[in-house]
Design a protein around this ligand. Structure first.
Ligand code: TYD
Length: 135
C-alpha cells in the first residue's frame, strides 16, 4: 500500500569541504541495485511518470532541486515532496506514480532492482486500478 512506501533519511557525511551522501545497495535500498537513471531538465509544468510496475522495486531521490511525487496504490493516494538530497522514497511493485512541480534545477535520481523492461510497466491507469483492486 502507499503507507508501506518508506521515506528514508540517507547518511549524510558533511565536513568543512561540503557534503557527501551515500546510498548502499541492500542496506539502504533493501534490494540489489541493477540500474540507475535520472530525470533532469524537466520543462516547467510538465508531469511525468503515469505508470506502475508489476515487480520493479525503486528508490527515488531528488539529488538537486525539488519535485513532488504522488503515489497511488489503487485505494489511496499520498504525495511526497522530495526537496532534500538526503531524502529518499521507496516505490514498490504496483504503485502508480506521478511526478510534477519540478524545480528548474531538479535532478530526480532513481535506483532500481531490475534492468529496463517495458513488459514490467503498466501504463494504463484503468488497467492498473483493475489489477490493484483485484489483488
Ligand atoms: P518513461 O518511463 O516514459 O519516463 P517516466 O519516468 O516519465 O515515466 O521513459 C522515457 C523513455 O525512456 C521511454 O522511451 C523509455 C526509456 N527508458 C529506458 O530506455 N530505460 C530506462 O531505464 C527508463 C527509465 C526509460
Amino acid at each position: 500500500s502507499v503507507d508501506d512506501q518508506k521515506l528514508i533519511t540517507l547518511s549524510l557525511r558533511g565536513d568543512d569541504r561540503g557534503s557527501l551522501c551515500v546510498i548502499e545497495g541492500e542496506r539502504d535500498t533493501g534490494f540489489p541495485i541493477a540500474r540507475v537513471y535520472y530525470i533532469f531538465g524537466t520543462q516547467a509544468d510538465v508531469a511525468r511518470g503515469f505508470h506502475a510496475h508489476r515487480a520493479l522495486r525503486q528508490l527515488a531521490v531528488c539529488v538537486s532541486g525539488s519535485c513532488t511525487m504522488m503515489l497511488d496504490d489503487g485505494h489511496s493516494r499520498r504525495s511526497v515532496v522530495l526537496d532534500r538530497p538526503d531524502l529518499a522514497v521507496t516505490i514498490g511493485p504496483m504503485i502508480w506514480r506521478e511526478m510534477y512541480d519540478f524545480s528548474d534545477d531538479a535532478v530526480l535520481m532513481v535506483l532500481a532492482d531490475q534492468h529496463y523492461d517495458e513488459a514490467d510497466y503498466i501504463r494504463d491507469y484503468e488497467t492498473f486500478l483493475a489489477m490493484a483492486r483485484a489483488s
